[in-house]
Design a protein. Structure first.
Lengths: 242, 733
């Protein structure tokens, strides 16, 4: 059963149709890629899925529960977490507090029992490798590291499905490689499904089991990395008609 | 039918004037993103200036109108924008709101300075009272006809400006994305300045038109509030649509005249209701407004920075404050003590803002009005004993705070779904409502069914006795001051502990990025509601103490302008710090009054007028000037002061010397060698001299620290900033 299911979602801003009848699924326990040229509607879709933007029509369900009419907080409680392409860190808090507060918020709603926030924060900081900057202000971090803070923060809610919006942009090549290893490790260790929006081809091809391609607000292809790579429609969308 | 027509025409005229003022608000908000709370004060100033030209100097009406509407008012608008508003980009909502409130208070003080409030002044109708004509059997004065015509012309004119001219379309683009507009060849700065000029002229027109209609008497506060009522109309149009704004304005105008005309005379509250109506309507509109989209963090980061002290330093500083107050008590006379007590109590009320605004990023513009609610509860239910033995009981105090918390929750609830500005407006509406309807409710009523006689604010004055907390009786001014200081310290330390707790971190998360907090599962409404209720309870506690310290309270004690001044001065002190609340409270409650009265006394001694009288007036305008300067330093004064004195820790010798000098000065006063003013002067000198001496001794320590990397800019690798929620950048042409 898919952990995230989007069916027939339409979004329009004024006269501009941004998403038209988008349907896709994210399977349990794996990385699903969502790629497409700039302006294809990827971030908009994330906003619809996380409840920040109401679609004109269509449905969203998380873990088998219809959440189309639920607010962002209720969706988080169903097991959804996300990061942002435009960073949304808590800029008056330190790196550690950014991560810790997420666990504290989780403890206010989780039915699976409270977690020991301090210990879990230490564990996650260790896991993602932020130990050297844990007590710095987040605003002092370079973008690449700041994106890792967002990932760590999202992990604190112990989600079932995690949306990552261009996590590698602003990262160095080494950082991206480490990030890819981290994602694979997360999927193995934590029974976690990841939906990844990313432009870094290496990262997408190296981590995703399944890929959806979005262009002009429509899903134009879905399949394994190998299938998508050679799909003429996809090649056309990225490079233009031959 | 005849009566109905009369009321309808009067309502339409009032509505037209509301519409003119409201369209000015919409205009400036659309182009600069700043909600101009000073709109009412600008209208008031224009009405006074017009009176000066027309009746003071007997200029012909067209010339006076030209001077005010075409020259002075647009100039004022433009100067405000270029001089002040332009510098407010990248500041938080709080800073923007406080700066325009500063301008409002400044204009009010200025008007009172130029036109002494004691002298009665009246504006007449255009063409006099006899110039009127008959429509359907009802007389309409020329003035009313002119007002209506102006309303129609302006509604159509602005609508055309927005939709059919290049300037107007560009104006609408300014607020969405000034950078993009600039790339397309637009000039956002010039457009915003133009719209502020136009907004100034519209405010002036509204002020000049409404004064004669509403009786003709020029009163600084009444006129300011009258035009402030147009906010309700602007809210009908969600600060965007001119048509809806005018529709709302007409509704307001008609509703208020029909209330006047058709409510039975036996309803003693009807006339208060009419005055409060716009604010009630504003509140209802806020309830029915559709939910805002959640915003993410502001584009870049805002410039405000606050640090959180450790518990240890919080307790230490609390101890120092208590020691200082205890020492001062030894040398102060009882009237000075009373004045310092008021300052500290204002500090307690300001702490409610530290929590709400500093920690949680929400705004309450009427903290003192919450104090009024608590006072009324205590007066009716929380007193024991009689005559001079009457006291406020501890349980009365708790009840007052609890009721205030509940009222606060009810007021905030509708606005919690909306952006910060709307909560600010809801609290403003509440504050004005409390003044107009609750405190003005001085006549006795009979409660139906129970047949009990009651009145909310009997005879317009309440006598509030001292508080009794167990064995501690606050009837002596010394005990009162000590207790108030202790309460301030306890709440202050409590707030710092709260900020360091997981609740405090969740508040900060909500303030920094509501969207991110929500997607982590935080229920924002619940969190905002809880913090608003705690904050209201603190304001209620402060309000009860304030009433008790003032002994007798009336409508002047709780007028909205006192709340606004306190909010402003607290932000000036530093809204994110407990020390900022103390500074704001003492400035609002003690310092400026002391200055003004000192200068006034000096002026009277010198035979009136002259230099000291100017100084006295200046110190009335001063708070507003301080508030306006906030644009330069949005974090407030406290962080600056800390930065200046902190290096002294490394020059312990100098610090010790300073403390000893202060001790000597204190001992000299205690042994009555010096008077108190010399002590104040000596302390000020020592405070100023310390950092200077420190710098001489140890220049290294005072060197400004190496600049930490400035706020992170958008990295080049990330594509153009995409509005998080709007996602418009995702839409391709």
């Amino acid at each position: 059963m898919p952990v995230l299911e989007v069916s027939d979602v339409c979004v329009a801003f004024g006269g501009a149709q941004v998403l038209s009848d988008v349907s896709l699924t994210v399977a349990e326990g794996g990385v699903t890629g969502l790629i497409g040229p700039n302006g294809a509607g990827k971030t908009t879709l994330f906003n619809v899925v996380s409840g920040l933007l109401a679609p004109r029509s269509g449905r969203v369900s998380i873990d088998g529960h219809d959440v189309t009419n639920a607010g962002p907080a209720r969706r988080a409680r169903r097991g959804l977490a996300r990061t942002y392409q435009r960073l949304e860190l808590f800029t008056s808090l330190t790196v550690r507090d950014n991560i810790q507060v997420a666990g504290e918020i989780r403890n206010t709603w989780s039915r699976r029992g409270r977690i020991d926030v301090t210990a879990e924060t230490d564990r996650v900081i260790e896991l993602v490798g932020l130990g050297d900057v844990a007590d710095r202000e987040v605003s002092e971090l370079p973008t690449g590291r700041a994106r890792v803070v967002e990932l760590a923060r999202a992990l604190m809610t112990q989600p079932k499905v995690l949306l990552l919006d261009e996590p590698a942009s602003g990262q160095t090549e080494q950082e991206t490689e480490a990030f890819g290893r981290l994602l694979r490790q997360l999927v193995e260790d934590r029974d976690l499904a990841i939906c990844l929006v990313e432009h870094d081809v290496g990262l997408v091809m190296g981590t995703c089991q399944h890929i959806h391609v979005l262009d002009y607000g429509e899903v134009i292809a879905s399949g394994t990395p190998e299938q998508v790579k050679v799909d003429p429609v996809v090649v056309n969308a990225y490079l233009g008609a031959p | 039918m005849h009566l109905f027509l009369t009321y309808t025409i009067l309502g339409l005229v009032t509505g037209a004037v509301y519409g003119i003022a409201a369209s000015g608000l919409v205009l400036t908000y659309t182009t600069s993103g700043i909600f101009n709370f000073a709109q009412g004060a600008m209208a008031m100033l224009a009405a006074f200036t017009y009176w000066q030209f027309r009746y003071g100097w007997n200029w012909p009406a067209p010339l006076a109108l030209f001077a005010v509407l075409v020259v002075l008012a647009p100039l004022l608008g433009m100067v405000l924008y270029v001089g002040i508003m332009r510098g407010l980009r990248q500041t938080s909502d709080v800073t923007k709101i406080v700066v325009t409130i500063g301008i409002m208070l400044g204009l009010i003080a200025l008007a009172q300075w130029i036109w002494s409030p004691g002298v009665p002044r009246t504006d007449g109708l255009f063409f006099g009272n006899t110039a009127k004509f008959k429509v359907l059997g009802v007389y309409v004065t020329d003035h009313e006809a002119i007002a209506l015509a102006c309303g129609v012309l302006i509604a159509v004119g602005i609508r055309l400006l927005f939709t059919s001219t290049r300037t107007g379309v560009a104006m609408r683009a300014v607020v969405d994305n000034p950078a993009l507009l600039q790339l397309n060849g637009g000039r956002p700065e010039r457009l915003a300045a133009f719209s502020w000029a136009l907004g100034g002229a519209l405010a002036a027109l509204a002020g000049i038109l409404i004064t004669p209609i509403s009786g003709g008497t020029l009163d600084v506060h009444v006129l300011t509030l009258l035009v402030l009522d147009s906010i309700a109309a602007a809210m009908f149009g969600r600060l965007r649509s001119i048509w809806l704004t005018f529709a709302g304005a007409l509704f307001l105008g008609l509703a208020s005249t029909y209330v006047l005309g058709y409510f039975p005379e036996s309803w003693s509250w009807a006339s208060n209701f009419r005055i409060a109506l716009p604010m009630i309507v504003l509140f209802v509109v806020l309830i029915v407004l559709p939910q805002d989209r959640l915003r993410g963090a502001t584009l870049l980061r805002t410039r405000e920075r606050f640090t959180v002290p450790t518990m240890r330093s919080a307790v230490t500083w609390g101890g120092i404050l208590l020691a200082v107050v205890l020492l001062l008590e030894q040398i102060m006379g009882s009237s000075d003590m009373g004045s310092l007590t008021i300052g500290i109590i204002f500090g307690i009320i300001a702490l409610s803002l530290t929590l709400l605004t500093g920690y949680a990023g929400e705004i309450n513009l009427a903290p003192v009005s919450f104090g009024a609610i608590a006072t009324i509860i205590v007066f009716h239910l929380g007193l024991s004993g009689s005559g001079t033995a009457q006291r406020i009981t501890f349980w009365g105090l708790l009840l007052g705070m609890a009721v205030t918390a509940v009222v606060g929750g009810l007021i905030a609830l509708p606005a919690l779904r909306l952006r910060g500005l709307y909560l600010a407006l809801a609290t403003l509406a509440f504050g004005v409502f409390v003044s107009d309807m609750i405190i003005a409710d001085i006549a006795p009523h009979v409660l139906p069914i129970f047949h009990l006689n009651y009145s909310i604010f009997p005879n317009g004055t309440l006598q509030i006795p001292a508080l009794k907390l167990g064995p501690i009786d606050l009837s002596s001014s010394k005990t009162f001051l000590t207790t108030a200081t202790c309460i301030f310290i306890l709440i202050g330390i409590g707030l710092i502990a709260l900020r360091r707790s997981n609740y405090g971190r969740r508040l900060t998360a909500m303030k920094d990025s509501p969207a991110a907090a929500a997607t982590l599962g935080q229920n924002l409404i619940k969190l905002k509601l809880s913090v608003f209720m705690i904050s209201a309870a603190i304001a209620g506690l402060g309000g009860i103490l304030l009433s008790s310290a003032s002994v007798s309270v009336n409508s002047d004690t709780f007028i909205i302008f006192i709340s606004l001044a306190l909010v402003m001065l607290t932000v000036v002190g530093g809204i994110g710090n407990v020390a900022g609340a103390l500074m704001g409270g003492i400035l609002a409650g003690t310092a400026f009054q002391a200055l003004t009265s000192t200068f006034s006394n000096l002026s009277t001694d010198a035979g009136g007028g002259g230099f000291w009288s100017v100084m006295a007036n200046l110190s009335l305008v001063a708070p507003a000037l301080v508030g306006i300067s906030l644009g330069r330093n949005p974090s407030g004064a406290v962080p600056d002061i800390v930065a200046r004195y902190k290096p002294l820790w490394q020059t312990k010798g100098v610090l010790l010397l300073g403390v000893m000098a202060e001790v000597v000065a204190y001992l000299l006063v205690l042994t009555k060698v010096f008077g108190n003013w010399w002590f104040v002067l000596a302390s000020a000198l020592i405070a100023i001299a310390l950092p200077a001496v420190g710098r001489l001794v140890e220049p290294e320590a005072f060197r400004p620290p190496a600049k930490v990397k400035p706020a992170r800019e958008r990295p080049a690798a990330v594509p153009a900033p995409e509005p998080l929620v709007e996602g418009v950048a995702d839409a391709r042409p």
